[in-house]
Design a protein around this ligand. Structure first.
Ligand SMILES: NC(=O)C1=CN([C@@H]2O[C@H](COP(=O)(O)OP(=O)(O)OC[C@H]3O[C@@H](n4cnc5c(N)ncnc54)[C@H](O)[C@@H]3O)[C@@H](O)[C@H]2O)C=CC1
Ligand SMILES: O=C(CO)COP(=O)(O)O
Length: 324
């Protein structure tokens, strides 16, 4: 029986990861929800990135039985769909096969609690080693074959070796470390900071304000990372400052584009902006951990509690500045 990597999710990032593996000559299967996605992938088209050229045809299926022959399982659906993906793996997967978390957000049940995706996965899948795969990586560029550097984090050196080997000779260069919680948190938080940076630019507050938000946002990420027991080095690596810099660079990031529209008073784009969905859970996590997250809280107030964006900015600026 041939074991192959299986990717749950046939959207932008699922296709990009698949393309990197396929180009090294590996067979990859995608597990998706709709027949239309199966057909599009077989024709070399990603439905969420219709302009992507040179995408190799991809084998996809609606049948979770493909998980039985998975060598490793990438979970590449939005955070809200991760619990259902974990259930599918628990039912159809083989114990011991690594599960690699690729979504960037915080898990939440009806806004009542907040949990790192790593913890949610460990609870749901106690028989599987868990890894996080993150870093600065726009799907369209990876899909186009351009180079990117990512981080795989797991407490299992054998799993890290497996992931690194899978991407060897691909356009994704994989660095490793052993802090999956910190990496998962950083990926979730950078999306919210990108929304805030977008708001500042959209409001016309200038480049100085944008740089201040990025830097103070990084400080928030570092504080919450410390509180959850994450490694400080994670925040200064590809999955921390690297992904934050990428996502705050401009509207190529869907989160930044969401913030830009919000700041400019325009309708927000209908593309996935995980930060808008995760900010409530992050703010909750900050309260639980007693960590001050002013930028995260401001975006939560605007998106989930009806605060006017101008008032949120005034409230942020009225805070007494502390030591850096
Ligand atoms: N696009 C990118 O550049 C990157 C995205 N990510 C992360 O990967 C995750 C997925 O993002 P994208 O692939 O970009 O999103 P996308 O919007 O391009 O695709 C999402 C895919 O998940 C499927 N899906 C949505 N809800 C589902 C559900 N309830 N059950 C099963 N499948 C469902 C959709 O049909 C679609 O195929 C997000 O957390 C994102 O932050 C991470 C790195 C890069
Ligand atoms: O996480 C990403 C790149 O690393 C993608 O960012 P957006 O979801 O904001 O487009």
């Amino acid at each position: 029986m041939t074991m192959t990597p299986v990717i749950i999710g046939g959207g932008s990032w699922g296709c990009a990861i698949a393309s990197a593996l396929i180009r090294t000559g590996q067979h990859v299967e995608l597990l998706v929800r709709r027949q239309a996605t199966v057909d599009a992938l077989a024709a070399g088209q990603c439905m969420q990135l219709p302009d992507a050229a040179q995408m190799p045809p991809m084998a996809a299926s609606l049948a979770p039985a493909c998980l039985q022959t998975a060598s490793m399982i990438f979970v590449v659906v939005p955070v809200a769909a991760n619990p259902a993906a974990f259930d599918t793996i628990a039912t159809h997967g083989t114990a011991g096969v690594p599960v690699i978390l690729c979504a960037k957000g915080i898990s939440s049940h009806n806004g009542q609690d907040a949990q790192l995706l790593t913890h949610a996965a460990q609870q749901a899948l106690p028989d599987h080693p868990i890894a996080v795969f993150s870093g600065p990586s726009f799907a369209d560029e990876v899909l186009a074959g351009l180079p990117a550097a990512l981080v795989a984090a797991s407490t299992s050196p054998a799993v890290l070796e497996m992931i690194q080997t899978a991407f060897q000779h691909s356009n994704i260069r994989v660095y490793t470390h052993n802090d999956p919680d910190g990496l998962a948190l950083a990926g979730a938080m950078k999306n919210v900071v990108a929304i805030a940076a977008g708001c500042a630019v959209g409001l016309g507050l200038g480049d100085n304000a944008k740089a201040a938000i990025i830097t103070r946002g990084l400080a928030e990420i570092a504080r919450l990372n410390h509180a959850i027991g994450g490694d400080a080095e994670t925040i200064f690596g590809l999955g921390g400052v690297g992904d934050l810099a990428l996502s705050c660079a401009g509207p190529h990031s869907r989160n930044m584009a969401f913030g830009l529209a919000l700041g400019a008073g325009d309708a927000v784009p209908d593309k996935l902006a995980e930060g808008s969905r995760t900010v409530a859970a992050l703010a909750l996590m900050g309260r639980h951990k007693k960590v001050d997250l002013p930028i995260t809280n401001a975006i939560d107030m605007v998106l989930n509690h009806g605060q006017n964006l101008d008032d949120a900015v005034k409230a942020l600026l009225a805070r007494r500045p502390g030591t850096e």
